[in-house]
Design a protein around this ligand. Structure first.
Ligand code: BGC
Length: 748
């Protein structure tokens, strides 16, 4: 039975005219998908599998829309009525306000639900990577890599909830997030979109985000469908450059790159986006083994698989595996794609229709995908509620409550990497010089996917938010821009200001970028930025280096010149305030690195490397010699680990409980991330030196002790063996918890 709650009749104005809409905030659909499917023509089915860029239905050219962007009725009619298109994505190059989104979504849905034969609503998708970043006035969180540095799954889940709320407030029910690719190569431009290098941390963060996005009911007015991406093996191109070949053997693929996706599927992630690149010589969009055998048969994924941007076309014109575009369409559909993010023309739609009519692809094959797409629309409540509820239904959009959550997350993620002689925190009264390219820029703080794709167009920045220098006490802060350091006057002014300060805060980093735009040739911090540190250090004043980065840039040469180093990642709109709170000691830093910070460009290794990578026995050279290790991060207090206990020294079929006492031995309350590592001493596949098997973030008052307990079973000790299957082998395992160590025996 159809249940209607909170029925509202509303008047909506848009470019087509004025019409009445009945909205249902919590509806359960009774639409019969099989019956609907049975009524559909081939063209209607293919249309459901087509996803277009918003530009296609707007006035102006693709990527060159007429401002202010609005829908052109004839183009929309062509897409929805003539080509039966079932999905639209993206914004036309920049963010819109809520009202503009409402007009866009409602105009589209009005045509879909009144002018098309079967009145199937459109599903709109968007990239909301660190908040509803394509909606003006939304709450911008730290980027995912920074979120992972908080090691706080509750906070990350809350971030997911707020993002979902603000995305749904626009009328959009589908978020192309989270990135579940493991961030194991700092050269890759999208490292900041990942949850870092570790399987367990990335899995837990991914799950928390998906829980936040999807809640318990996709149809409610405050949740959206998640899209795990990019399946599979996207994040480690051999060249470090985006969308270039990846080579990962089956054992590594299964042990490191699959678990984040497997866990998300088990947790009910609604959709998946496919890896745009090639894996082991095969473009993933054409790889049936991955898209059908692995994703569907083995992992049991039942949701919608959407391509990435233009990726069917790329099988033909970039990957060169399909001699014609029609071959490309055939390959991708045969491999297992449900929906094609075409997104700028009707070629896919025309060619797939032809393939079915020629009998090369069966209609039954279309039915499989179309059913998944319609089921998703049904789960999202779109048949009952295709339109956007009014702003008044989303009173918390852009609220101070949401801003506080974003700032909390920034405060918990910022990572203190060095603090010689307790130079931090500083007094509010201390005289400071703030400088560096990231010192007065919201763009650096927010990163890519901020109001625009690359996030670099400053006109979209929210002027009410605080840059780093604006967040410090204005009475005691001098800011000097570092843009013109070759000008002698500027250098002298800078030097004099530094001399007159108690502390110098230098904010270095990387201008935001993502995808191919973010490909780099060197991982080192640019020379001019390094020179700034050298110049200001020569004043003899304490130097605090603040790193605002997409990825860890090499700072080996300047690290010794700095008294303190704070990594803020890309902390979002509230990152300036969060940093100031940490530097003034109002917040005790508790972020920990979610990746290994490299010391040398030619030594990019992760913490769970092999023993041969730790030390070369003959020549004594260390391959693993990072600047800072995964999991590292200082606090203004100190923690002592003691009293490690194991419930048994042998593990067989049951569980082992491992506990440790963590005491705050300092004078300030602090949060500690208790990291539980295990090392397999001997194994039939060379074991890693250690693996993270559990973590918990706890707040401890000065002098207090917190007992942290972990439970493990043989499953947690398993690895992918020579036959590419998970196994656990009998033998000794070493446990590491802070300074505490112990071992136990796994018997079979
Ligand atoms: C990116 C995806 C993104 C899509 C839609 C692609 O270029 O690789 O991560 O979801 O564009 O914007």
């Amino acid at each position: 039975m159809k249940q209607l709650q909170n029925n509202v009749v509303r008047k909506i104005k848009n470019s087509i005219g004025i019409f009445f809409i009945t909205t249902t905030l919590h509806a359960q659909s009774n639409v019969d998908i099989d019956a609907l499917l049975s009524k559909m023509t081939i063209e209607e089915k293919v249309g459901q599998m087509t996803q277009l860029n918003l530009d296609v239905v707007c006035e102006g050219g693709i990527y060159n829309l007429v401002e202010p962007h609005h829908i052109e009725p004839a183009k929309l009619h062509k897409a929805l009525v003539d080509y039966h298109v079932g999905s639209i994505l993206n914004c036309g190059g920049h963010a819109y306000g809520l009202d503009q989104w409402h007009t866009i979504i409602n105009t589209i849905q009005q045509v879909a639900t009144t002018e098309t034969r079967l009145k199937i609503p459109v599903i709109y998708g968007i990239d909301a990577i660190h908040g509803a970043n394509y909606t003006l006035g939304s709450t911008l969180f730290p980027q995912p890599l920074a979120q992972a540095a908080s090691w706080n799954t509750d906070m990350v889940k809350r971030g997911g909830e707020i993002t979902a709320y603000e995305v749904r407030a626009t009328g959009i029910p589908w978020n192309f997030s989270p990135v579940l690719d493991l961030g194991r190569d700092p050269r890759w431009s999208r490292l900041f979109e990942t949850y870092g290098e570790d399987v367990l941390l990335a899995t837990e963060m991914g799950l928390a985000t998906i829980e936040g996005y999807q809640g318990n009911n996709l149809a409610d007015a405050y949740h959206v469908a998640a899209c795990m991406k990019h399946f599979l093996g996207y994040s480690m191109p051999r060249t470090g450059k985006d969308r270039t070949p990846v080579y990962i053997d089956e054992i590594q693929l299964r042990e490191y790159f699959l678990p984040t996706f497997q866990a998300a599927i088990n947790a009910g992630a609604a959709t998946v986006m496919i890896n745009s690149g090639e894996l082991n010589g095969i473009p993933v969009h054409a790889d049936k083994k991955i898209l059908t055998d692995l994703l569907r048969s083995e992992l049991g994924f039942k949701g919608v698989a959407v391509t990435d941007w233009e990726d069917i076309m790329k099988l033909n014109n970039i990957h060169m595996v399909a001699p014609t575009l029609k071959d490309a369409v055939y390959m991708a559909i045969d491999a297992g794609i449900d929906m094609c993010m075409v997104p700028n023309d009707y070629d896919f739609t025309i060619l797939l229709t032809e393939l079915v009519k020629e009998g090369k692809i069966s209609e039954a094959r279309l039915d499989v995908s179309v059913k998944r797409i319609l089921e998703l629309k049904k789960q999202l409540g779109l048949f009952e509620q295709p339109f956007t509820p009014a702003n008044t239904d989303y009173k918390k959009f852009g609220s101070t409550e949401f801003a506080r959550a974003a700032q909390n997350m920034a405060e918990e993620s910022i990572t203190l990497l060095k603090n010689n002689n307790q130079v931090l925190p500083i007094q509010q009264s201390a005289k400071i010089l703030v400088t560096g390219p990231a010192a007065n820029s919201m763009t650096y703080l927010n990163g890519a996917w901020t109001r625009t794709w690359q996030g670099t167009d400053t006109i979209w920045n929210d002027q009410s938010k605080y840059t780093i220098r604006e967040a410090f006490n204005p009475a005691t802060t001098t800011f000097i821009a570092s843009d013109n350091m070759s000008d002698t006057d500027v250098r002298e002014k800078m030097f004099a200001a530094a001399k007159a300060s108690d502390v110098i805060i230098i904010c270095l980093g990387e201008k935001p970028s993502t995808e191919k735009v973010g490909d780099i040739d060197a991982l080192t911090m640019p020379d001019n930025q390094q020179q700034l540190v050298g110049l200001l250090k020569s004043t003899g004043k304490p130097v605090v280096l603040v790193l605002v980065e997409n990825r860890p840039l090499i700072v080996n040469d300047i690290e010794p010149l700095c008294d303190a180093i704070v990594l803020v990642y890309e902390p979002g709109d509230y990152g300036g305030l969060a940093l100031a709170n940490i530097i003034y000691g109002k917040v005790n830093p508790s972020g920990k690195l979610p990746f290994t910070y490299p010391r040398h460009e030619a030594s990019l290794l992760w913490y769970d490397h092999k023993h041969t990578e730790t030390l070369d026995q003959t020549f004594g050279r260390k391959a693993f010699n990072p600047q800072w290790e995964f999991g590292y991060g200082l606090s203004y207090t100190t923690f002592q680990y003691s009293n490690l206990k194991i419930s048994n020294d042998t593990l067989s079929t049951g569980n082992l409980q491992i506990s440790v006492d963590v005491t705050n031995t300092g004078t300030t309350t602090g949060k500690e991330v208790v990291q539980f590592y295990i090392a397999d001493r001997y194994a039939s596949i060379t074991p890693s030196v250690k693996r993270l098997r559990g973590f918990e973030k706890v707040e401890i008052k000065p002098g207090a002790t917190h007992i942290v307990t972990f439970t493990i079973s043989a499953k947690d000790l398993a690895f992918v063996g020579r036959d590419e299957k998970w196994i656990s082998e009998a033998g000794w395992f070493d446990i590491m918890l802070g300074s505490e160590k112990s071992s136990f025996y796994l018997s079979k």
